[in-house]
Design a protein around this ligand. Sequence first.
Ligand SMILES: NC(=O)c1ccc[n+]([C@@H]2O[C@H](COP(=O)([O-])OP(=O)(O)OC[C@H]3O[C@@H](n4cnc5c(N)ncnc54)[C@H](O)[C@@H]3O)[C@@H](O)[C@H]2O)c1
Length: 339
Amino acid sequence: MEKVNLKTQNLKKKLIEIFKKHGLSNDHATISANAIINAELVGAYGHGLSRLKMYCDRISKKLINPKPKIKIKKISQSISHINADNSIGFVAADIAVKKAIQNANKTGIGLVAVKNSGHYGLSGYYAEQAVKKNLIIMIYTNAPPAVAPHGASKSLFGTNPICFGTPTSSKIPFILDTSISKINRGKIRVAARYNQKIPEGVTLDKFGNPTTDPKKALHGVQLPIAGFRGSGLAWMVDILSGVLTGANHAGRVKDPFDDFSGPQNIGHLFITFKTNLFVKNYNNRIKDNIKKVKRLPKIKGVKEIVYPGQNKYKRFKMNSKKEIKLTEVIKKDLELLKN
Ligand SMILES: NC(=O)c1ccc[n+]([C@@H]2O[C@H](COP(=O)([O-])OP(=O)(O)OC[C@H]3O[C@@H](n4cnc5c(N)ncnc54)[C@H](O)[C@@H]3O)[C@@H](O)[C@H]2O)c1
């Protein structure tokens, strides 16, 4: 992790201690703490400290294995299959992306499938690792039921994020990292915890009526982006990260907050490849591509056309200098978990 504010470093130490107290090794606790701090710094509060208690509860209930025996099966020089042994998702994803990078560096392309994993937070966080090594990356993960398949009245697909990252020839990576739902579920969870409303037009309650009440939304369905197209993308992600990898799929991934009947068995798929597989001058070509888009005339009110990942990078830089503000709810969680 890059240099961050001193208080943030102390907060990270606290998180490491909490995870170690729950049985994680120092390495695994550090990987997990780094991912949570990163989520806070990029402003993804639904994937940061707000989930700490949930992870710890699942470890205490033996649904996340604090001492996993993670197995990496070599299928070829390019392809690996990881059985994460119900590790915390951060660790499974960290191992997987590093393996995918290694495989791509050896052969040009790395394909890594993961089963028996858990919620790993932000896909883009792992994509950054590959992009920093000058690789293109695509990442898929499934998630607990939240979105109704097109035509169905009941949720089954997760918010199943799709992530694509590429070097840009500048220090700011292009990272498109989006849920296939109109709003990510973490935001709804946070709104429910703080008694806030969620935006209109993103969820339906269990009777199929539009709602801005996050608690009703959590019992209803989230709407996919772009109607049946979003539903199709969610399905594709469930196939790639669930059916293909040997993980849970078709609505069987357990909700980490509400369902303590067993481990989540989430699946992930990481695909990495070199930028010079087909052209020698990728850097110049991507630079030209982005320049052409950015130089287009802008609509009223828009100062700059930004590419995916640009805003998050700016937010991360800005927030890294500042202290992470803890709400009373989070302070209580930290107090409870450290004892
Ligand atoms: N692990 C899980 O189960 C899970 C599930 C869902 C989402 N997530 C994570 O939650 C995070 C947030 O997801 P989200 O759907 O709320 O993302 P978002 O809506 O915040 O952003 C989606 C994408 O749009 C880009 N973007 C934002 N504003 C833009 C602008 N003005 N111009 C151009 N591009 C712009 C962002 O850089 C990002 O790549 C992601 O990191 C995702 O991986 C995780």
